[in-house]
Design a protein around this ligand. Structure first.
Ligand SMILES: [Zn+2]
Length: 261
């Protein structure tokens, strides 16, 4: 898998059962710094989860965990929290807007969003078209959720054939049986694979330039031979993608730009 370790989980957290969830914005003083965080309480949650990313710190606990326990846990991990916040401070996720003129990135190229409200009642679904550096979205409403949904669908539609084609190409080139390729909606883990020879790529990766996609594809294909990050694994990555060190560094440094939506 590829991803940044930005989450500490202190005991196994079962998937939350349906029902109560509370969110509140809090702050705490850590080594002389005021740190704001979001406290998320969920019924059925066990243990405390600390997460730091481009949106700040999130703490996930059960409904019954006291604030004192939460603060004690954060305090015990103050060094980690401050280090992660510092790492993220220069790579904040800029919130995406969904009006005409908004900037998007597709395969490493900028695209300008153009929104057009259509009165055509025969066309129920939004129409999306890429043309000359613009992404035209025609929909019956310009509500952000409608435009975002249409754009995300369009990205996914472009992403799957591209990832599948690259995986097929590199697999054939390096004597591997091509894996089955799926999309994931992970926001932070660009690729993953399993022993059933299924490889998943986050559709968000299609925002990155093709060389970065190729690195992630080769990384996951190398896992078909080595299900770990051993030196043998990295040798295999290098064999498929000789430039992988620079590409990995570029992806790590810029991936926050691909996370806004
Ligand atoms: Zn990996």
């Amino acid at each position: 898998m590829i991803g940044l370790l930005n989450e500490l989980i202190f005991s196994r957290a079962p998937s939350p059962t349906r029902g109560a969830r509370e969110e509140s914005e809090r702050s705490i003083a850590l080594q002389g710094h005021r740190v704001d965080y979001k406290l998320v309480r969920r019924r059925g949650r066990r243990g405390v989860g600390l997460k730091v990313d481009g949106t700040g710190m999130t703490v996930a606990v059960s409904l019954s965990t006291s604030v004192a326990d939460v603060e004690e846990m954060i305090g015990k991990n103050a060094a980690w929290v401050l280090k992660k916040l510092d790492e993220w401070s220069h790579r904040k996720v800029v919130p995406q807007t969904w009006q005409t003129g908004a900037a998007l990135s597709f395969m490493g190229e900028p695209l300008t969003l153009m929104v057009d409200i259509s009165a055509d009642t025969t066309r129920r679904r939004p129409h999306v078209e890429q043309l000359m550096g613009h992404l035209f979205v025609r929909a019956r409403s310009d509500a952000a959720a409608v435009i975002e949904g249409a754009v995300v669908d369009w990205y996914k539609k472009q992403a799957l054939p591209h990832f599948a084609q690259r995986a097929f190409f590199f697999a054939r080139l390096h004597g591997l049986t091509p894996p089955r390729v799926f999309l994931s909606s992970a926001n932070g883990r660009w690729g993953s694979c399993n022993s059933r020879r299924e490889v998943r790529f986050s559709w968000r990766l299609i925002k990155a330039r093709p060389a970065l996609v190729d690195y992630v594809v080769c990384h996951e294909l190398a896992h078909l031979r080595h299900m770990n990050h051993s030196s043998a694994f990295w040798k295999e990555v290098e064999r498929m993608c000789s430039d992988y060190r620079a590409l990995k560094a570029e992806l790590d440094a810029h991936d926050h730009k691909f996370r806004a939506f």
